[in-house]
Design a protein around this ligand. Structure first.
Ligand code: MF3
Ligand code: CO
Length: 291
């Protein structure tokens, strides 16, 4: 049973303010969009001040992990050594690697090289070579708050084509960030991301995308980067989600590793890149919580 909050009751978010002086105006505004037929966030997806602080604390670990990986990653290193860095920094700062054991995932981080789109599994047998590009996708739990971000690393001297794919994919995320504005739609943002990839001759993965994040690893909404302006969920201050397009040099079609049950590859064997940030929608745009 859900009891309707009275205007003079304390707000559900725990601010201590009366509902009428806190979230009521925003929720009334959301209702007008819902009545007009739009997909809108439920209250569950709007983070309280306390949630936001918790996610930021978790995000500090995620950022520190990727900073440390960036310092140490090099040719000749195995991807298992990246997993070890993730464990060392995450546990050292009091966090838990969110990937470990997630739906049975066997390691603490995803390491996806060249034609691997995502969910590469660290292994002592996978050795980084000069010219490789690799995505390191890291997620942290701290005090039951989740953070999630990923970066590309270029190993040694990388071809011009690979360098361009990595750079344009990063630009896609930057364009996504610029297009997170309250009271516009996720489809507006996703379309802008897609357009930049298309303008550069690339495709964007459809089946796998971003997600709400913070009070759990994967929350609603699904965040597509192949979407139509004016569609998908309304963005509202207090929502937290990831922007993480997977950009392919060739086809957007995928194949899935049947042996390990996890790794996703491009169907044509061409390269794929991904950067991921976690953002908080604010009154004026967004704040990047981790990258
Ligand atoms: N970090 C990925 C994401 O961006 C999820 C990885 S799940 C795992 O959502 F199990 F593969 F680790
Ligand atoms: Co993610």
């Amino acid at each position: 049973m859900i009891r309707k909050i009275g205007r003079n009751d304390p707000c559900w978010c725990g601010s201590g303010k009366k509902y009428k002086n806190c979230h009521q105006a925003m929720e009334d505004r959301i209702l007008t969009y819902r009545r007009a037929g739009h997909v809108v966030p439920s209250r569950r997806l709007i983070k309280s001040g306390r949630d936001i602080q918790g996610i930021k604390d978790s995000a500090k670990i995620n950022i520190a992990v990727l900073d440390e990986v960036g310092k140490r990653i090099c040719a000749g290193m195995s991807t298992l050594e990246i997993d070890e860095i993730v464990n060392e920094v995450t546990y050292g700062m009091g966090g838990i690697p969110a990937d470990l054991g997630y739906e049975g995932f066997p390691k603490s981080v995803c390491t996806s090289i060249n034609n691997e789109v995502c969910h590469g599994i660290p292994s002592k047998d996978i050795i980084l070579k000069d010219g490789d590009i690799i995505n390191v996708d890291c997620s942290t739990i701290l005090n039951n708050y989740w953070s999630d971000s990923s970066r590309m690393f270029m190993i040694g001297k990388v071809s011009e084509e690979r360098e361009r794919l990595v750079r344009v994919t990063k630009e896609c995320v930057e364009i996504g960030i610029q297009n997170v504005k309250p009271w516009t739609f996720l489809g507006d943002m996703g379309h802008a991301v897609h357009q930049h990839a298309l303008d550069n001759g690339y495709s964007v993965v459809r089946e796998i995308g971003g997600h709400g994040c913070g009070n759990a690893f994967h929350e609603d909404p699904f965040v597509s980067y192949v979407s139509t302006p004016g569609t998908e969920m309304l963005m509202v201050p207090g929502m937290v989600f990831t922007i993480e397009p997977m950009v392919n040099a060739g086809t957007d079609e995928l194949t899935f590793d049947k042996e390990n049950g996890w790794t996703v590859y491009t169907a044509d064997g061409k390269d794929s890149a991904q950067w991921e940030v976690e953002v908080l929608v604010t009154d004026t745009g967004c704040e990047v919580l981790c990258w």
